[in-house]
Design a binder for this molecule. Structure first.
Ligand code: SF4
Ligand code: SF4
Length: 332
């Protein structure tokens, strides 16, 4: 019988042991329906999720809700929106109760005296020109000043087809301000001309992502197996999509047979009652989905399938380590 220890030498077994006890149980929370930007291709606004529920304004109700989430077993709160930093009292309610990750566009600096070690992920959509086109302004020039050198912050770089051949220059700028970066791909939910992926572009960007990881291993938090999965949309010969997605809200998951999924995962709207279909756009065609977290979770929940060769299991370990680093369950 193939076992974990029969496939791994001692150093890899140690890495495996370090992550196998983490037992991460995440859920996602829309902190607000408001944002100080309106990016073309934002999954939240393009799917009208900002109108799905009326925002809860009473912070006491947030606190009670988060206590219930903790009792439900959640040990990682992923805060999105809208722009969570517009409501720091709600962010603080999470931070005081649970390990918390806050996604932001970085235009507002998180006060570190109030949130000393909260993980922050800043969205970045490429070069200043692309950012101006898609997001209305060059956000990096502001966010890099707000967060330079912050040990609990990284950039979540959403790569667009226009960035093919250019991503290293963005990585260098991030390294220069003393921050880390994780890579994902644009899904182009609003069908902006020139921003949908061709097969050729996906292959080229996959190679480029591998190259920047080799050249900047202290800056890029990633894994080649993740690059392969997200650019091909395939894992172990199986296509990603609705039938395989791990990040579907538990109460809305009526798939039969049920695929391996994130245990008790829910994406909550900002009224604290409504739930959304999944971790991203409620209206996205799953066959076009490039969501980075959903792809890495896909690999993570399918551990058993990777216990078949040393290379497969090492790939699985690297993806799990990447996820654990991004949410600071293990150091960078
Ligand atoms: S900053 Fe984020 S939440 Fe706001 S519009 Fe852009 S993608 Fe959407
Ligand atoms: S849009 Fe993406 S994350 Fe959402 S259910 Fe479909 S495949 Fe999963």
């Amino acid at each position: 019988m193939i076992t974990v220890s029969s496939l791994l030498d001692q150093p890899w077994q140690d890495r495996y042991k370090r992550i196998s006890n983490l037992n991460i149980r995440s859920s996602i929370y829309d902190v607000t329906n408001q944002c100080n930007l309106r990016c073309k291709g934002c999954f939240f606004f393009s799917s009208n999720e900002h109108q799905a529920a009326r925002e809860e304004m009473d912070v006491k109700k947030w606190e009670t809700f988060i206590d219930r989430e903790k009792e439900r077993g959640v040990n990682l709160a992923i805060l999105i929106g809208g722009e969570p930093t517009l409501h720091l009292d709600r962010v603080e309610a999470f931070y005081r109760r649970l390990p918390t990750y806050c996604a932001t566009n970085g235009l507002i600096g998180i006060p570190r005296d109030r949130f000393p070690d909260m993980m922050v992920g800043i969205s970045l959509w490429g070069s200043p020109e692309d950012e101006k086109l898609l997001r209305g302004r060059d956000t990096f020039s502001v966010s890099s000043k707000n967060y330079a050198g912050d040990p609990y912050t990284y950039y979540l770089y959403t790569i667009t087809p226009r960035q093919v051949g250019k991503i290293e220059s963005v990585i260098k700028k991030i390294a220069d301000v003393g921050l880390k970066v994780h890579l994902q791909l644009l899904s182009n939910d609003e069908k902006v001309d020139g921003f949908s992926w061709s097969e050729q572009e996906l292959q080229a960007i996959g190679r480029e992502m591998d190259e920047v990881l080799d050249k900047h291993p202290r800056t890029v938090i990633s894994s080649k197996y993740y690059h392969q999965i997200i650019t091909t949309g395939k894992m172990m010969g199986r296509p990603f999509g609705w039938n395989e997605c791990p990040s579907v809200t538990e109460s809305l998951d009526n798939r039969k047979p049920q695929p391996r999924r994130l245990i008790h995962f829910v994406r909550w709207a900002s009224d604290l009652k409504t739930v959304h279909r999944c971790c991203t756009s409620a209206t996205r065609d799953c066959s076009t989905c490039k969501d980075g977290a959903a792809h890495m979770s896909w690999a993570m929940v399918n551990k058993r399938d990777h216990i078949r060769s040393t290379e497969d299991l090492q790939n699985w370990i690297e993806v799990y380590e990447m996820f654990a680093k991004l949410y600071r369950f293990i150091p960078w």
